[in-house]
Ligand binder design. Structure first.
Ligand code: NDP
Length: 419
């Protein structure tokens, strides 16, 4: 019997929770815990009578290790799924270590306050030494490797779509299609239209920080950093059509550079429409993307948090969003001494997701892999101890589960390559 504690009850978590309830033979009991308990209660109520999974709810502030420890001690889960925000990764990992429970999340650690001098000193050293300046990186969580190994526990990092499924695609290509992978291009296309002039598809704070940061890619053993949005390509996506896409820094490049032996180049591209980019640039120029608090009429306001309050709630976009996503990886490399190309991807339809779970495809394509990753850990299919990213595990049972729970893959051996 499995008991799972799920922390967070936003867009991604609500999909993951509904999917856990579809696999009620494995997820027999779940506790949904978040900062706002009312959201957990509402989701639990909406699932009542539709699943055999026994659902309870709790309030937790996961920024406080002692609150998470108390909850874990009271609930005694087999696994903690962190689907809150990247800010809570380390506190929840600490609590899992203290209580001897396996851990997983969907995004790597990022501090909420990037002006904290202690964090900044480490960050600036990393920028100089590693050569990329994103606020998030794996070093904070990789620092827990030995502790998790010694405790006989597993921490699965970044098990959404990208990061997550994209790394499983890499492991799959490495296992079945190539002797050596030379280049990887990860292409994330959202062809969805929600009809608003500007909105983000997941947490605006996390999303806008990611997109407004400099881009970077891995080439010949080191990082190459470029100004934000300065490398643009046009690509014709299966199921979506032609889109502009831009090179971004993305967290899975960092772990793939370690785990794909001999890889020469790894890049990540995401599609954006011109209207999104114009709005974002304007908001950035006027300071609305800042995380530094400002005094306004006697109140301390963090601009990006205020912006989040003004923008449509990503969870509300599902009903209005039409179109498809197409996310996948294009590989070049060698098999049996011959040059080979391979493209593996998933196409997901926003409205089909909405009909099934009441969310758009961005939350769906993240929530389903989170549930499938949990499934791998709970069934013992993935059981390496320590702190690991998705490409370090056997991709086959994971891709099979993804297909079963709504994200089947497609493939082609003659993809158009990105120049
Ligand atoms: P949301 O903002 O919709 O939800 C976040 C949830 O976390 C909310 O329920 C929020 O509670 C809760 N939360 C925030 N702070 C705390 C805290 N201190 N203690 C307890 N609960 C807290 O985010 P999303 O669902 O869009 O994203 C969830 C995660 O998924 C993020 O880490 C994001 O980066 C990641 N992600 C990963 C992707 C991938 O492909 N790998 C793609 C998209 C997202 P409250 O309701 O009170 O605000």
């Amino acid at each position: 019997m499995s008991r799972v504690l799920i922390i967070g009850c936003g867009g991604v978590a609500s999909v993951a929770i509904q999917k856990c309830c579809q696999a009620d033979g494995i997820f027999q009991e779940i506790c949904i815990a978040s900062r706002t308990k009312a959201k957990c209660d509402a989701l639990a109520a909406s699932l009542a009578g539709k699943t055999a999974t026994k659902i309870t709810t709790a309030r937790v502030d996961a920024d406080k290790v002692e609150e998470v420890i108390a909850l874990i001690e009271a609930y005694k889960p087999d696994l903690v799924m962190n689907i809150a925000l990247p800010y809570q990764d380390l506190t929840i990992m600490d609590a899992c270590l203290a209580c001897g429970v396996n851990y997983m999340d969907t995004a790597n650690y990022e501090p909420e306050n990037t002006d904290d001098p202690a964090w900044r000193a480490v960050y600036e050293k990393r920028c100089r030494e590693a050569g990329f300046s994103a606020y998030f990186d794996y070093s904070w969580q990789w620092a827990y490797r030995e502790k998790f190994e010694k405790a006989g526990l597993t921490a699965l990092l970044g098990c959404g779509f990208d990061p997550g499924v994209t790394q499983a695609y890499c492991a799959y290509a490495q296992k079945h299609e190539f002797d050596t992978i030379e280049t990887v291009d990860i292409l994330d296309c959202n062809g969805g239209d929600h009809g608003y002039p500007f909105a983000t598809n997941f947490n605006p704070e996390v999303n806008l920080r990611e997109v407004s940061a400099p881009g970077s890619y891995w080439e010949n053993g080191h990082w190459v950093e470029i100004p934000a949005m300065s490398i643009k390509r046009v690509y014709d996506f299966d199921g979506v059509g032609q889109k502009d896409m831009y090179l971004l820094h993305h967290e899975e490049i960092e772990s793939l550079a370690e785990n794909l032996p001999g890889v020469r180049r790894i890049r990540f591209f995401m599609t954006f429409g011109q209207s999104y980019l114009t709005h974002m640039k304007c908001l950035e120029n006027v300071g609305m993307l800042s995380t530094v608090p400002v005094e306004f009429e006697g109140h301390s306001i963090v601009p990006i948090k205020f912006l989040k309050a003004l923008l449509p709630d990503p969870a509300s976009l599902g009903k209005r969003t039409v179109g498809k996503t197409n996310i996948g990886c294009i590989f070049t490399g060698k098999k049996d001494g011959k040059e080979k190309h391979y493209y593996i991807y998933n196409i997901c339809d926003h409205q089909a997701c909405y009909r099934e779970v009441g969310s758009q495809a961005i939350s769906y394509t993240t929530g389903v892999p989170a549930m499938c990753g949990a499934l791998m850990l709970l069934t013992g299919k993935w059981n390496q101890k320590g702190v690991h990213t998705v490409e370090e595990f056997d991709p086959d049972p994971f891709l099979e589960a993804l297909g079963k729970y709504g994200l089947p893959h497609q493939e082609t051996y003659t993809p158009v390559l990105v120049d």
